[in-house]
Write a protein that binds this ligand. Structure first.
Ligand code: SAH
Length: 229
């Protein structure tokens, strides 16, 4: 899968996408993540990428020309399945959306900044808009990093134990069960005995029970969603 991320602040994306599972997926060529600095596509001597908004509202707006130029160049090289804009008013990001995106071949993620982006970019170039939650960030970079991380770890081969993605929270509409590691007894705080039993079917049964119990207690809305398909 190839993910092209367009930003005016490439530095903000470098570290989140250079460690752990995402790093490994990139090294294994499962994910080709290319971060594009929008600045060189900017106008004039100062490579301007944003300007004041018409109507006099406070805050700078990302201009359409540099974005159009870069996206047009990318589109000449390959076909994109989705051109995503990260935005507080987009569809809520979820494991379901991550699963869907992980099946695509090529996507672009455009990060907004300051006041947002010229509406004509959204009307004519963007095919999907995603929000990572009901709050406002300074820029789309952290949102793009969240989306990329959640998607890339789902690519086959990205996790060393592939089945572990299946037991993560939300994957089956439930929260994950609690996990423990050594020591089995820390100052009298003991690991549940069943996990030490070595009996895989009893362990699975316990985990399913705990998953359900935690979901009922912490996120009953997930169970309703599951029932309603
Ligand atoms: N004026 C806009 C917010 C701009 S915030 C509004 O009220 O809707 C600046 C940029 O940060 C946005 O262009 C977007 O790309 C990004 N951003 C902010 N909050 C976000 C969120 N919850 N999810 C995804 N992207 C977000």
């Amino acid at each position: 899968m190839r993910i092209d991320i367009i930003t005016v602040l490439p530095e903000l994306l470098e570290s989140p996408l250079s460690h752990s599972i995402v790093k490994r997926a990139r090294e294994r060529m499962l994910a080709d993540i290319v971060i594009h600095d929008l600045r060189p596509y900017g106008k004039g001597k100062y490579r301007q990428t944003d300007d004041y908004s018409f109507g006099g509202d406070a805050g700078m707006v990302l201009m359409i020309e540099p974005v159009y130029r870069l996206i047009t160049e990318l589109k000449k090289q390959r076909t994109y399945d989705q051109i995503i804009y990260t935005s507080p008013d987009g569809i809520p990001f979820s494991q379901k959306v991550a699963n869907r995106l992980s099946c695509l071949e090529n996507i672009i993620i455009l990060c907004g900044h300051y006041k947002g982006i010229d509406q004509r970019i959204r009307d004519h170039l963007i095919t999907m808009e995603i929000s990572i939650g009901d709050y406002v960030l300074s820029g789309g970079e952290l949102a793009a990093a969240v989306i990329t991380d959640a998607v890339v770890r789902l690519l086959p081969g990205a996790l060393s134990d592939e089945t572990s993605a299946l037991t993560d929270s939300f994957q089956d509409g439930l929260l994950a069960p609690p996990v423990f590691t050594r020591p089995a007894d820390f100052m009298g705080w003991k690991v549940p005995g069943v996990l030490l039993s070595g009996d895989p079917s009893r362990i699975r049964e316990w985990q399913e029970e705990k998953s359900l119990e935690r979901t009922e207690r912490l996120r009953p809305d997930l169970l309703e969603q599951k029932e309603n398909g």
